[in-house]
Design a binder for this molecule. Structure first.
Ligand SMILES: [Zn+2]
Length: 606
């Protein structure tokens, strides 16, 4: 879900219906709970080797290192985070290299630079102080030291020591009425509207000096699940944001915690209020940059399995955890290959740490030839949530399937909301069910909670999906600290990163080394998943038609049922090209039979 607000890509999502209702919806997943029993035997030793080698503490070290920075493409924290990961990969045996050194059989790591659409913003001071009046002491409401990300991206510096401004409250600030009779020119405007809207209406249209938005999605809360609720006026949580880059106005924006907002408004009820705003920020003209590591395939080097984690943003879970999870996976696989525990992969494995979506699109553009050989892609984003603190569950965001086109009670979307997927954009793939089966295998060992959600977008899998490459996202939602000042390493679970890293590695290894016997097993796995899905849609469609008033029509239910049939036919067809190397007749025959079964399946309930 890419929302280009200004020059910053934000892995952003807005709140929907109540968290409890969504959590309730997510109790039962619409897939057979035992798809893992269909997994090819060959994958078990790979899974065990990865589970033994994968060191979650190393992944956590990356999270802790990246937590020092608000990473944005081109700024010091972004570049230092990539360099930290690069050094760990070189220490693991990836050869330091450049793009042009392509080819050969060595594992390599290198940077690729490209024009930076962002401004590489960063800040060292971002303080908002409520000035005392009549003997009352000044009160610091927001600061970088305490709130870390209260100041909005692209805010300009003030003069040293700061500026003193009158405060004007416009309430919601969503209508011109809210500004009527208020002189906001040169003032600090406080409002509940989203930061972008407030900045545009107050600064751009009415010459305010800067803004403070109190906007906070309903699913965010400072309190851990089950903890005694804190009074909202004491909440010290905010969701970071950005304002447009505007060199002419050299303005600023803050996101307020509910506590800061209520302190300001309490004061304004009594008397006019003034604040001191002090900002020291920088911009960088450094290029955008992607960190790429690769283990070349020994049999089909032109065929790839891709993995992408994004570096930008300030969060420990979003996406320090994805960067750590992926670094440790790249290290583990190479360690196993170098030790001989695993053979060199047949297909090429390509790992990337990028500026979200921009880095993926740039790779697809700059590597158009290689892009044609990408077989499957994993987006590794928000993989480390300690769900005892953040709430929510681990989720596989599935490749677009009919449940992303037609809302289904069995397949609820997350609080983030559904994307706009068209039926003709659907293409069945084996990736979703296979990866789910592998995660279920992991869950068999430790009770890991694994759920799925229909495609929504909003991370690097979007770029590959738009390039018609089968792609999924491994993440967690709902995270009550999402994009907030409280997304810190204490909310990250090394064990959760291991669950995700080992599962992605196991699925990817199968995709990168599959033989005919493996493909046959995957074919049987898909047959089981297809039968279960068609049973579900048959039953569910019937129930929806019985509802009074009915919420659907027979024609729609038939369309959904047939869309799922077509989807699984395409998923089964993908099995034929799963084995590395030339096509085998025998495999096609078996798959054709499975496809025939799916095509002949008719709904009984409508
Ligand atoms: Zn993210």
């Amino acid at each position: 879900m890419i929302l280009v607000i200004v020059v910053v890509v934000v892995c952003f999502r807005t709140g929907g219906s109540s968290m409890a209702a969504r959590a309730q919806d997510r109790q039962a997943d619409p897939f057979p709970a035992t798809l893992d029993r269909y997994l090819p035997e060959s994958i078990e030793p790979v899974y065990r080797a990865l589970a033994k080698t994968y060191d979650p503490a190393r992944a956590m070290e990356v999270v802790v290192f990246m937590d020092r920075f608000w990473r944005l493409a081109g700024n010091e924290g972004f570049l230092a985070s990539q360099q930290n990961i690069r050094q760990r990969l070189e220490a693991a045996g990836y050869e330091s290299s450049t793009r042009s050194d392509a080819g050969g059989d060595k594992a390599r790591v290198w940077y690729e630079e490209f024009p930076n659409a962002g401004r590489g913003w960063d800040h060292s001071i971002g303080t908002l102080t409520l000035l005392g009046e009549g003997g009352v002491a000044d009160e610091m409401l927001l600061s970088r030291e305490q709130h870390r990300v209260a100041l909005c991206i692209n805010s300009f510096s003030t003069e040293p020591g700061g500026v003193i401004l009158p405060v004007v409250d416009v309430g919601s600030g969503l209508s011109d009425q809210d500004y009527a009779g208020k002189s906001v020119a040169g003032a600090l405007v406080v409002g509940d509207a989203p930061i972008g809207r407030l900045w545009r209406d107050a600064v751009q249209q009415r010459a305010a000096r800067g803004v403070v938005s109190t906007d906070l999605p309903a699913y965010l809360s400072p309190d851990a699940p089950g903890a005694t609720p804190t009074p909202r006026s004491q909440w010290e949580i905010l969701q970071w944001g950005s304002i447009p880059y505007d060199e002419a106005r050299r303005s600023f924006g803050f996101k307020a915690t509910p506590r800061a907002a209520s302190r300001l408004r309490e004061r304004l009820k009594k008397a006019p209020a003034r604040v001191r705003v002090e900002i020291a920020s920088t911009f960088s003209s450094a290029p955008n940059r992607s960190l790429i590591a690769e283990i070349p395939g020994r049999v089909a080097p032109g065929e790839r399995i891709m993995f992408v984690a994004h570096v930008q943003e300030p969060g420990a879970n979003d996406d320090g955890s994805g960067c750590g999870t992926l670094m440790e996976l790249a290290r583990s696989i190479l360690t196993l290959v170098k030790s001989g525990a695993l053979p060199p992969p047949a297909r090429t494995l390509t790992f990337m740490w990028v500026d979200e979506v921009r880095g993926s699109r740039q790779w697809l553009q700059d590597h158009a030839g290689e892009a044609a050989g990408v077989k499957y892609m994993f987006s590794v984003d928000m993989t480390g949530e300690d769900t005892t603190k953040t709430g929510g569950t681990f989720l596989i965001e599935r490749a677009p399937d009919p449940a992303a086109v037609w809302p289904r009670p069995s397949d609820p979307h997350t609080e983030w909301g559904r994307g706009d997927v068209k039926r003709d954009a659907l293409k069945g793939t084996l990736l979703t069910d296979l990866h789910l089966a592998v995660c279920q295998r992991r869950s068999r060992d430790n009770g890991w909670v694994v759920r799925t959600n229909p495609y929504e977008g909003g991370s690097d899998h979007t770029a590959f999906t738009q390039a018609r490459i089968p792609a999924i996202l491994d993440w967690h939602f709902t995270d009550r600290y999402y994009h907030s000042n409280l997304d810190r390493p204490d909310k990250t679970s090394p064990a959760e990163m291991a669950n995700v890293g080992i599962s992605i590695g196991t699925t990817a290894w199968l995709l990168g080394n599959a033989r005919v016997a493996d493909a046959k097993a995957v074919g049987r796995l898909l047959e089981a998943a297809a039968a279960a899905r068609l049973d579900l849609e048959d039953h569910q469609g019937g129930e929806l038609l019985k509802a009074s008033p009915p919420t659907t029509t027979v024609a729609t239910e038939r369309e959904v049922f047939n869309a799922w049939k077509q989807w699984y036919v395409e998923a089964l067809q993908a099995v034929i090209t799963l084995p590395v190397g030339p096509r085998v007749e025998d495999l096609s025959n078996g798959i054709d039979e499975a496809i025939k079964q799916v095509r002949e399946r008719q709904p009984r309930g409508f």
